[in-house]
Ligand binder design. Structure first.
Ligand SMILES: CCCCCCCC(=O)CC(=O)SCCNC(=O)CCNC(=O)[C@H](O)C(C)(C)COP(=O)(O)OP(=O)(O)OC[C@H]1O[C@@H](n2cnc3c(N)ncnc32)[C@H](O)[C@@H]1OP(=O)(O)O
Ligand SMILES: NC(=O)C1=CN([C@@H]2O[C@H](COP(=O)(O)OP(=O)(O)OC[C@H]3O[C@@H](n4cnc5c(N)ncnc54)[C@H](O)[C@@H]3O)[C@@H](O)[C@H]2O)C=CC1
Length: 418
């Protein structure tokens, strides 16, 4: 993410100091940023334009002390709370007192990160999306103490970078990734039940997604989700002994993605994940016979009898799970309206734009249908609480599923924590 963010800043002619933890990583990063900027320059030249971005605006360093007079920091280290806090302690001591301190976490608590600084009003989440120099979304996550000036500055940064900035509230995984959780959960359960990654990806790509869930996670890096689950003690050595492999805290859980990570299969970056790639860093996903075999052995171990799923079932389960969480986000006041969720999905996750975003799509399918499918699934699978229909969905379905623009008036004031 760091290299994509640096490239976006350099492209907008913002001087950047790019900091890494060791010389090897710094060299990798420098090479990657140089490559991305050169590629962009070539594209402009081909179009008859003169590139005005230069690598000279980027300084590469290993020394935190060089950050003493920067206006704005964007931290993008591994998804680990203790490490993020250590970095923010350092930043708070090195940077000038009015520097804005941003974190590119995928879903950690912004308030906890801010708590280690003396100026939490200057701390904010700036959540970029992979590939960070390409995807247009910037989720701006306000913490409890984040000031209006800090929010305005982060929103303005999004605009300067040519991105679409959306303000959201602070909760685990924020908005985009919070909806992604139940979507990925269903995709993983479908694998357990007999599908292969390519069956599920094909159904969602035929629906119009730029990438199905498994190709997308291979692109983002499976280790990101793994670290995020470790932070929640869902995997790793803090899981209590004797916990059944397919259960956590009494609810259904799929350990499949964790098992791939334990074997070093992180996706495109390692050349192997849910698919295989021509080399580490390769981009062309090929179905991997190893994965097919791995899934079959897993089903045998857990005595799961494979059953077929057609594209319609795949779509309903994955999409309605995602939409249901969208209603919960609205109930919690984490997004300011259904339109914001749609903008997030259209610009950050390769959602098919012609379908208008997940919440608009739900309104076109019919909220009664979405409710009925979720309700039936949840009654048959009470150990999957994410599929329990959200209260707001139930309420709107009960009044006939009005068009999206009428949701607010139908349900009264939606709690807004922004
Ligand atoms: C619940 C736990 C949560 C854990 C997960 C947390 C992760 C997060 O916090 C949030 C995330 O980022 S999730 C990932 C979000 N990203 C997506 O969904 C990407 C979906 N894919 C796409 O949009 C297009 O396929 C894409 C744009 C990638 C490619 O587009 P096309 O298919 O049209 O292909 P191209 O025309 O060849 O490429 C367009 C530009 O993209 C560049 N590109 C392609 N693949 C890339 C890759 N793997 N890495 C870097 N850049 C890449 C490609 O070079 C081209 O760039 P330009 O030539 O400069 O235009
Ligand atoms: N991969 C993705 O799709 C997305 C990731 N994120 C978030 O971005 C952050 C980074 O994720 P990735 O780029 O995927 O991870 P990564 O593993 O590719 O990169 C992390 C970088 O942090 C550097 N680093 C670690 N400790 C450091 C330290 N003490 N000082 C300086 N640099 C240090 C590492 O050398 C490495 O280059 C995480 O918080 C992740 O949740 C956010 C959006 C999307």
């Amino acid at each position: 993410m760091g290299r994509g963010i640096v490239t976006s800043l350099a492209r907008a002619n913002i001087p950047v100091i790019a900091l890494e933890q060791d010389a090897k990583q710094l060299e990798f990063g420098k090479k990657a940023v140089t490559g991305l900027l050169e590629r962009e320059a070539e594209k402009l030249i081909k179009q008859g334009l003169t590139p005005d971005t230069s690598l000279a605006s980027v300084r590469f360093t290993l020394d935190f002390a060089e950050l003493y007079d920067v206006d704005f920091v964007i931290e993008a280290v591994f998804e680990n709370m203790e490490l993020k806090k250590e970095i923010f302690r350092k930043l708070a001591s090195v940077c000038k007192p009015d520097a804005f301190l941003c974190t590119n976490t995928s879903g950690l608590d912004i308030d906890e990160i801010a708590s280690v600084t003396n100026h939490p009003h200057l701390v904010i989440g700036t959540h970029f999306f992979s590939p960070a120099n390409i995807m247009r979304l910037l989720e701006v996550v306000r913490g409890h103490n984040t000031s209006l000036i800090t929010i305005a500055t982060a929103m303005n940064l999004g605009k300067t970078l040519g991105k679409v900035a959306v303000l959201v509230g602070n909760c685990p995984l924020f908005v985009g990734n919070r909806l992604l959780g139940p979507y990925l959960e269903q995709a993983n359960y479908l694998l357990e039940e007999g599908c292969n990654p390519e069956d599920i990806d094909k159904a969602l790509e035929d629906f119009g997604f730029a990438m199905g869930p498994f190709r997308m996670m291979d692109l983002a890096g499976l280790d990101v989700g793994w670290r995020s689950r470790m932070e929640k003690d869902l995997t790793g050595n803090k899981v209590p002994e004797g916990t059944p492999a397919r259960q956590r805290q009494g609810i259904r859980y799929s350990p499949l993605a964790d098992m791939l990570c334990e074997m070093g299969r992180f996706g495109q970056k390692t050349g192997k994940g849910w698919y295989q790639y021509e080399k580490p860093g390769g981009r062309f996903a090929h179905p991997d016979p190893w994965v097919k075999d791995f899934l079959q052995k897993y089903r045998d171990t857990h005595q799961i009898k494979p059953r077929p799923s057609n594209p319609e079932i795949i779509l309903e389960r994955c999409l309605y799970a995602l939409i249901n969480e969208g209603f919960r986000v609205l109930e919690d006041g984490i997004a300011s309206g259904p339109e914001d969720i749609d903008v997030i999905y259209n610009n950050g996750y390769g959602w098919p734009k012609h379908r208008g975003g997940p919440m608009f799509y739900a309104s076109t399918v019919g909220l009664e249908k979405v409710f009925d499918v979720l309700d039936r699934y949840h009654k048959e699978n009470p150990d999957v609480p994410s599929m329990n229909p959200a209260f707001l969905l139930k309420k709107l379905a009960a009044v006939g599923g009005p068009p999206i623009k009428e949701w607010r008036t139908q349900v009264g004031k939606i709690a807004n924590k922004l």
